[in-house]
Design a protein around this ligand. Sequence first.
Ligand code: AMP
Ligand code: MG
Length: 724
Amino acid sequence: MTDKAPIHQLPLPRRTLQSSLPRLKLDDKPSAQRRSTTFAASTPGIWARVYPMWTAWPLRITKSEVEEMGVNVDAGEQVDVEDVLRRWDVEDSSWQSSGESSRNGLQLRTSKHRAKLEGHLIGVSPMALRDSLPHLDVGDASEVCNDGAEPMDESTAEGSCRKALADVISGRQVLVSRKGKEPAQDEDEDKGPPSSDYGPWSTRYCGHQFGQWAGQLGDGRAISLFETESEHGGRQEVQLKGGGRTPFSRQADGLAVMRSGVREYLGCEAIAALGIPTTRSLALMTTPDLPVIREYGPEPPSLLARLAPTFIRLGHFEALKPGPAAHNLRHIFLGGGWQDESEEGDGPLDGQGNLESLRDLTEWCKYIMGFEGKSTVDWVGDVIKRNAEMVAQWQVYGFMHGVLNSDNISIMGLTIDYGPYAFMDIWDEGHICNHSDPTGLYSYKRQPERVLFDLDKFVSAISPLIGYEKEHGQAQAGWSEGKTKEDVKDWTEAAEEVMSSWKENYRTTVKDTERQGWLKRFGLRTYQPSDDRDIIADFLVLLHAHSLDFHTSFRHLCSFLVSQNSNEAYVKSFLTRWLELSGPTLPQDSTESAQKALRPWLDVYTTRVLADAEVQAWSQNHENDPNTPETNASWQQLREKAMKKVNPRFVLRQWVLEEVISDIEKAGLEDLVSARKSLARVLDLATNPFEEWDDTCSEEGVKRAELCGVGKKEMLGFQCSCSS
Ligand code: AMP
Ligand code: MG
């Protein structure tokens, strides 16, 4: 286990994004970092230097601030917006170095103005720390946020580590390489040759939104701070969401409201606890004096620090090789002028994007995903497989993402960008969780097909490279030099052959992964072809027909004693409880008909569970499992236990999210302790969803048991439109 270090001293990985991919050049003026800038597809690179700037946009400035800048407004002097912005610039002469030099070759820098920023931690996820950043020392941050502990003085080791965390992820202090030094990638800090500067960045991507080419979209509100690596947590990138404008923000402010921060903070930790690949939440923060203006007026801000080995999305590839939809599209952008995205022209490769950068990005992703030196087509297969597995697991857990645009699909198959997502309440495969999706393009049942659509755009973008490799082996830098559109066309055609069965593979992976997931939830270790209909589909149809809750039904099924299926009194009470658990979902007069309908399914299920092969599969495993302490437990008891490990007792439902958001908003900064308490409670439930949570002997236990419930009727199937 690596030694723990405070955030600013975490080691950088062997290779960084910045040393692997070309940088997008912006004008030197500070406003260039904040001005909407659309890059042509032929521009090399996907990232630009951007410092977090947690402030309102359009910029607002008070008279006293102007005066502090030495401008005499009363005498008619004017203030230059570049000077206003320069106050955040860490390269400005007013910056103060913390003086600390560390093994990673990075340094904390700020400016007089930046240092005034007051960020407050309201949540830190212990599970994300455990899984992704086990080498990060957050001091007492977790105890303060999750256990109501009094913050320790900043002169103590615990207090100073917590402060460093808050300073870095609020952007109050910025981690950059020491001038003239290459950031050290190993223990020997002075080894690197002087040159490059490492610091926060934002990336450029395009994408298809709701099925349409939408051009350059982002990243308008994500700023990455640094990358690190540890033995157990692997490679991780630390990224802020809601940290202010970037050159890719288009018209928006780059900020995030509290409700969206809370939803993402809890959402990804809940998804991770269900064993579904996702980005992770490190911490959630807020600050006073920064109302974020939205549709209904000012709202409190949030800033989320999130983690992933990489945040590269399918849309990054589309930015470097846009499809035919981009051709002849002219795009207006703030800052002036029109830009022809595809740049269709007479040059040999005009309209073909930037093939060199496409290769660089591919090689970078291959490196991160363990495909260095391997063929691109194998890696593309992995991207497809990971996304197929991800969406299949969403289906099994009734998770709806809500905005399956190609810019919201991770190259690693991680669930990313939690906006109007929801977990299924009453089973309805047509459910649409996003209020802004009237036609249901991203409804539950269409998710696999929509992810396939997005992957199709990715496959098209990467096709020239695949076709080239088929004919010439792995592409080296300069592979497209001296080539023409005709060559690209040939490679693309060659790729079609190589990739001819990818859609079929995708569908098979989705189907197989889903089936495995469903069987697990039903506690079945063997598979019979009739299960798809008799066990899985029929069960779901019954839930829908009788307005039964999806998750409580599964959880209740864990305790069903198949040995008692012929005991009518037992079955009756089992069914009664089942319907009770669905609470307000069930129409009052339908109890009897629901029971009648469920009864035959229980018979089928019992027969299936008691099939020889099935019993044998459980008994064998029981006998062979040296880790099973309950030597006296029957295979049925073990089966119940195993089922409860895959069927959550707690589900992060809409009503729970709304309640915790309202608690935090009400508590505000005056009562951070109760805001943190409410958030920490739900985080604890969400990250331990399979626990019983049935201790009703304490007030806290009662509250938690309540949070495991289906909630009020009016909140069932609640549609959220908040992605901002
Ligand atoms: P979404 O549909 O939420 O994935 O948003 C698409 C893109 O819009 C994001 O990737 C951002 O680049 C941009 N965006 C959304 N909200 C904001 C915001 N508040 N400020 C700046 N950009 C935003
Ligand atoms: Mg997004």
